[in-house]
Write a new protein. Structure first.
Length: 109
């Protein structure tokens, strides 16, 4: 979990301080950073919340720090999000019609 060490040092936080904030000892934080062990899901989520990063980032699976739900939400306007919510609730046969209507409307532009 090298990204854990990276973000911890960026935030000017030592291992002991991080451990106290998430409820584990300094030895555990050191073991996480060295790849000798992994945090419990509960601890992982606490660290993600504290640093406002995704679990994938902390687990060195991606370089993207932003949690996925924020990436998605930030790409859409409020109207687009509302359309998506409505679209998800309608039956499949009506989804096909809705897509057809939207395509027809877009051809007017």
């Amino acid at each position: 979990m090298q990204n854990l060490k990276k973000i911890r040092t960026e935030k000017k936080m030592n291992q002991l301080n991080l451990g106290m904030k998430v409820g584990v000892d300094q030895v555990s934080i050191s073991a996480y950073e060295l790849g000798k062990s992994y945090p419990s899901i509960q601890t992982l989520l606490k660290i993600c919340t504290l640093f406002h990063v995704s679990c994938d980032f902390l687990l060195d699976l991606t370089d993207i720090r932003t949690p996925v739900n924020e990436l998605i939400i930030n790409q859409f306007t409020a109207d687009e999000l509302e359309l998506l919510e409505v679209f998800r609730r309608i039956p499949q046969n009506k989804k096909e019609r809705a897509i057809g209507i939207l395509i027809g409307l877009s051809e007017d532009f």
